[in-house]
Design a protein around this ligand. Sequence first.
Ligand code: HEC
Length: 251
Amino acid sequence: MKYIKFILIIFVSLIFISCNNSKTSTDTNINANEGAFIDSPVKGLRYTTDKLSGYTDDQGKFLYMTGETVSFFLGDLKLGEAIGQKIITPLTLNKEYNLNNIGIKATNIARILQTLDNDPLNGAKLVINSELRNLKISGLDLKSEADINTIITKAQDLTNVNYILVNSTMAQNEMKNYLEKHYINLTRCVSCHGQNFEKKALQQSLVVKDMTKEAVTKALLGYKYGPQSIMKSQISFYTDEALKNSGLGTD
Ligand code: HEC
């Protein structure tokens, strides 16, 4: 009987050890966070972090470990980088927040992505053709109109598609429309509310992370439609949909 117990213990231990072993190879992915690259969601953009790499999926999703910087590439041209977060946009890559005043580099990234979209009729997402993974365009300047044209010409050589470069106003409007409808830019909030909404903003507000979702939505809509206030100027340009989907507060 003792022997049987002994053998059982060894057997069970072995099972545990082998389970643990098989886990370690996928540990990185298990602990990874999901973010999305959005102009509209962009599919087929290469990304790298210290530990992870891949191509964004049809919802623009990429993976990163907490605290990692994520770099995005078109072919071998680096579009930019940002600390890993839920939503990264051409603005985030340039440390910009204001959708009403988009800088030239962020605008040009949007123009390129919208121009190279495989399926221009599907406004819901931008698809970068997988043939463009081999695009050799490093060393070009995303602020230069001539270089933007070079990128489009080289892309054309690879895919044989006749691209028509989207102009700045159109590109900005398309990006703005999508982002305003769908997302609040939470990086605008941290200076007052703290990185995780754990502070009382300007010693005045409630701690937002402890509020319910319902209370947060009610507060945000209240500010938008209420009298002039600090918060109104922060959020009045967002759609109701974006305010309802802030992702803030507890269930
Ligand atoms: C300049 C500082 C500042 C910034 C930036 C800011 N807030 Fe606020 N926020 C405040 C203050 C002050 C209050 C409390 C004001 C009040 O109740 O009238 C507040 C209140 C709130 C509340 C309601 C909490 C309560 O006390 O009822 C929410 C939710 C909120 N903010 C979310 C946000 C979000 C989301 C952003 C970013 C888009 C943001 N805030 C940006 C200062 C700021």
